[in-house]
Design a protein. Structure first.
Length: 73
């Protein structure tokens, strides 16, 4: 049995980058919702913060859906 270390390293690298990106997007969504609450209390633009947070959550859902699609097909 021979292991293709280059392919294994490539899969590891892509998985690491994708995981960090998804966690970062989700974190930005949570921070956006937090900012939305504080912006509303201070009279700022809560709509922009909420829209950005929902966009981050939508991108996370799209990435997860695409991953499931790749696994199924």
């Amino acid at each position: 049995m021979k292991i293709d270390w280059a392919a294994l390293g490539s899969v590891f690298g892509v998985s690491l980058v994708a995981t960090v990106a998804l966690v970062g997007l989700f974190t930005l969504g949570v921070v956006g919702l937090t900012k939305q609450e504080s912006a509303a209390a201070q009279g700022g633009s809560a709509v922009l913060a909420r829209t950005a947070a929902y966009a981050c959550f939508a991108l996370c859902a799209a990435a997860v859906s695409y991953g499931i699609y790749l696994i199924i097909t």
